[in-house]
Design a protein around this ligand. Structure first.
Ligand code: KIV
Ligand code: ZN
Length: 523
């Protein structure tokens, strides 16, 4: 018999999370994250939305084929083609799940779907049956459930269960619910829906009012036994409920909730770092559980209390969530074994060949920088997760800048055909001059939509990581580029070329896999 106190953790970082602007990942990055999610102990990985693009399809297929342990889930709208495509991607999984969704609230029915209540129920039932014919494990989501009339919601959920849904997910799609109200929706469903005992009730909350975690936990108190969430809370708009917060709230307040998960909590911090390195979306310093300040005690009175007895000001131990006591790891005398150990501990799976090139990069960095921290290492590893060889690569760079002189940049770049091309440009500053010179060499013209520099670690010799977003003028698509170096001017040039290479890869594959190109969520 299923343990009634066990909460299933359904991770949707690779689907709802990846759907948010700026969070797109390539195939190698998605696979690496999926491996880390499996090691973390999540019960279900929602690997993507296969119909959305060939890239999404490929990622779901690859994850379904490779990852053992968690159930692998793919999303589909309630239509035949979506469900067929989802199954094509999922069929190699050891334990597959198809997740179908259809909006149910009056606002969505009237303005988006233009369907009556009866039509919505009929379509939901048809789709659950179609999915069920492929796979025993079927999840149904009435999109915008939290704003759906409660009687109608009960009818839809009942019909979906009767058609074969084994999980019914209740999304607060627009982050509108409050904890008491959301809990009452879950309670009403568990009391009124016939056959509810045949399905798991799931919660899926967005954070528009900052209540996604509170709503999810209230849902669990009211009887939900699956929580849909993402690492670092990434996701559409303000994001989804943060996995690490849900898990640690259930663990730390076990006395109150009486619920458990299968998560290995000491892997929470490393996976948070991995995701933020992969996407370039940094975690706010004061973020609960995984923020840099989450376990820092500044005030003298707190420090004094901590020294006398940790529990005076500490409700969780940093080591419980995998925050390293010290993240100073390696120096220039460290060897391959030490590097391999550290890479494994950070949750990455590199082949011997990848480790060998990483070792060269590490030695080069250790020559420039006395101390190589975990964060330095993760940005180096990230370079090895590129899923295509670089088309354009930087050979050298020279800039001039100062007061009362015109900033200039000269770049020397290897073109995809092996030729070496050199050009120069002037700009508003040295970075602008570099970007213009790169444009002249590569022929890619784009608007710079976002540009940020962050110190990977602390100290004067820290690496600077540059993240940027380009909007390609010819087709309006956006791409992101990222690179790190101890010289931020060089990091800027490398990040720009990284974005230019992403454009070239996309053109080569002949499909637009970008945020703006995704199908709408309507049925
Ligand atoms: O927020 C939402 O409604 C969703 C569904 C597709 C489950 O993400
Ligand atoms: Zn969502």
């Amino acid at each position: 018999m299923a343990d009634s106190s066990r909460i299933l953790i359904f991770d949707t970082t690779l689907r709802d999370g990846e759907q948010s602007p700026g969070a797109s990942m390539n195939l190698a990055e998605k696979l690496e994250l999926a491996r880390a999610l499996a090691a973390l102990g999540v019960d279900i990985i929602e690997a993507g939305f296969p119909i959305a693009s060939p890239g999404d399809f490929e990622a779901v297929r690859a994850i379904a084929t490779e990852i053992a342990g968690p159930t692998i889930c793919g999303l589909a709208r309630c239509n035949e083609r979506d469900i067929e495509r989802a199954w094509e991607a999922l069929k190699y999984a050891r334990t597959p799940r198809i997740h179908v969704f259809l909006a149910t609230s009056a606002i969505h029915r009237e303005h988006k779907l233009k369907m009556t209540r009866e039509q919505v129920i009929e379509r939901a039932v048809q789709s659950v049956r179609q999915a069920k014919a492929c796979c025993a494990d079927v999840e149904f989501s009435p999109e915008d459930a939290a704003r759906t009339e409660i009687d109608f919601l009960c009818d839809v959920v009942e019909a979906a269960i009767e058609a074969g849904a084994t999980t019914v997910n209740i999304p607060d799609t627009v982050g509108y619910a409050t904890p008491t109200q959301y809990a009452s929706v879950i309670r009403t469903l568990s009391e009124r829906v016939k056959g509810i005992d045949k399905a798991v009730i799931s919660v899926h909350c967005h954070d528009d009012l900052g209540m996604a975690v509170a709503n999810s936990l209230a849902g669990c108190e009211a009887g939900a036994r699956q929580v849909e969430c993402t690492i670092n809370g990434i996701g559409e708009r303000a994001g989804n409920a943060a996995l690490e917060e849900i898990v640690m709230a259930l663990k730390t307040r076990q006395d109150f909730y009486g619920l458990t998960t299968g998560i290995k909590t000491e892997r929470l911090y490393p996976i948070s770092r991995m995701l933020s390195t992969i996407t370039g979306l940094s975690v706010q310093r004061n973020k609960a559980i995984v923020g840099r300040n989450a376990f820092a005690h500044e005030a003298g009175i707190h420090q004094d209390g901590m020294l006398k007895e940790r529990s005076t000001y500490e409700i969780m131990k940093p080591e419980e969530v995998g925050v390293p006591k010290t993240d100073l790891v390696l120096g220039k005398h460290s060897g391959r074994h030490a590097l391999r150990d550290r890479v494994d501990e950070l949750g990455y799976h590199l082949t011997d060949m990848q480790l060998e090139t990483l070792f060269d990069d590490f030695k080069a960095l250790a020559d420039k920088k006395k101390e190589v921290y975990d964060e330095d290492l993760t940005v180096l590893i990230e370079k090895h997760l590129e899923d295509a060889p670089a088309h354009w690569s930087l050979i050298s760079l020279h800039t001039t800048a100062g007061t009362n002189i015109l900033p200039t940049a000269t770049v020397c770049i290897r073109a995809p055909d092996g030729h070496i091309v050199q050009d120069a440009a002037i700009g508003d500053g040295p970075v602008d001059a570099i970007f213009k010179a790169v444009e002249r060499v590569t022929g890619v013209t784009a608007n710079l939509r976002e540009f940020s520099v962050r110190g990977v670690t602390e100290g004067k010799d820290a690496q600077g990581e540059v993240s940027l977003e380009l909007e390609v003028i010819s087709d309006g698509h956006t791409v992101r580029g990222r690179a790190a170096s101890t010289d931020i001017i060089e990091a800027s040039a490398l990040a720009y070329l990284n974005a230019v290479n992403a454009i070239a890869t996309r053109r080569e594959r002949g499909h637009a896999r970008e945020v703006v190109g995704r199908p709408g969520m309507g049925a």
